[in-house]
Design a binder for this molecule. Structure first.
Ligand code: FES
Ligand code: FES
Length: 154
């Protein structure tokens, strides 16, 4: 057992826990941030993607000790009040959400992509999101939503 401090969605949080516990488990069970999804639990589907210091990580395969002193952003941290983040808004407008299970991870990875490439090409989108699995196979709409969020249309 050890104490860890890190920021989550702009707020300082403290948890006392086993250093090897997956960050995903701490977010969902200790901090009640259930927007981050448990998919495979083995680092293979990216449903559990969150941002750590702005970079996407798979939280199921990240021990909580790695988050110490870092800034984590989960899907709950994107909207401002009633106003959705532009990536969330684009996913809604393009109908890029079916069951929604992959959606938080897709959106967070898109946020990181647009930081790096404000107007990404199809190839850059595929490169960024390729490992994020969508069991509903919504990939064409997801790609369209990324373009829309970037200010372009397809
Ligand atoms: S739940 Fe983390 S990669 Fe699948
Ligand atoms: S929308 Fe169902 S898994 Fe992607």
């Amino acid at each position: 057992m050890a104490r860890f401090r890190f920021k989550v969605n702009g707020q300082q949080r403290t948890v006392d826990t086993d250093p090897e516990r997956p960050l995903l488990e701490v977010l969902r069970e200790d901090l009640r941030l259930t927007g981050t999804k448990y998919g495979c639990g083995e680092g293979q589907c990216r449903a559990c993607t969150v941002l750590m210091d702005g970079r996407p990580i798979v939280s199921c395969a990240t021990p909580v000790r790695s988050a110490a002193g870092k800034a984590i952003v989960t899907i709950e941290g994107l909207a401002e009040g009633d106003r959705l983040h532009r990536v969330q808004q684009a996913f809604v407008e393009e109908g890029a959400v079916q069951c929604g299970y992959c959606t938080p991870g897709m959106i967070l990875r898109t946020v990181a992509l647009l930081e790096q490439h404000p107007r990404p090409t199809d190839a850059q989108i595929v490169d960024a999101l390729d490992g994020n699995l969508c069991r509903c196979c919504g990939y064409p709409r997801i790609t369209a939503a990324v373009h829309k969020a970037a200010g372009g249309a397809r």
